[in-house]
Design a protein around this ligand. Sequence first.
Ligand SMILES: Nc1ncnc2c1ncn2[C@@H]1O[C@H](COP(=O)(O)OP(=O)(O)O)[C@@H](O)[C@H]1O
Ligand SMILES: [Mg+2]
Length: 235
Amino acid sequence: MKKVLEVIHLDVYYGKAQILFDVGFTVNQGETVSLIGRNGVGKTTLLKAIMNIAVTKKGKILLNGADITNLPTHAIASKAVAYVPDYTGLIPGVSVYDNLRLAVGRKNIDITQAEEIYPEIRGLLNRRADSLSGGERKITALLRALLMNPTLLLVDEPTEGVSPIMATRIYGILDRMKKSGLTVLVVEQGTRFNVLSKIADRFMVMVGGKIVWESTTERVSEEIEQIKRFLAVGA
Ligand SMILES: Nc1ncnc2c1ncn2[C@@H]1O[C@H](COP(=O)(O)OP(=O)(O)O)[C@@H](O)[C@H]1O
Ligand SMILES: [Mg+2]
């Protein structure tokens, strides 16, 4: 199986404060891997470390076998890694269409691919990004990443603060992206575990900046029960 992302012995710091400790894992081509953990354990820091945003680190990060550990963020993004931060990163004062267009970097863009996944996007194109609901903002950010034609998608808490119905919709969108061949690393808190377990191939659990638990594909259904107990999520 082709390895798209390899994180090897990664220690991450903000200044002198160490946040991640010897983190190591692999995401294979076409997989959706989910990193779960409570608030403050270091999930966002891991995504920022992969993108080389505002952290110091030791260890190695490989993308399709090539070392990207110390590349500047824009160079990592230009290697087709799309990062959807928890705050979405949409530009508030401009239209949805312009948000999509600016991310792709062209004057005119074809949104067919986005429309196939979320037909309602057509009706939102002329709306200002800051007039969207929380869920619509999350979806727009995912579609924007998709239009950038990434090989690896990093998503931080795509369902944070949205209704359960919207969360199911958002996971449906992520599932479609996965089925189109995208490799996905999605970060969530344990509370979304029940829905997430339907679309992710593998799980990792983070506690205190360490990956304390990793599932294997073969035993995922038994392991889901174990993870639920671990996170104390209702069945
Ligand atoms: N820019 C920063 N400077 C210093 N400490 C930070 C910074 N960002 C986050 N932290 C700390 O790092 C830890 C992990 O944060 P974070 O990665 O945001 O966790 P999570 O995404 O799992 O909620 C927390 O203790 C948080 O306070
Ligand atoms: Mg976070």
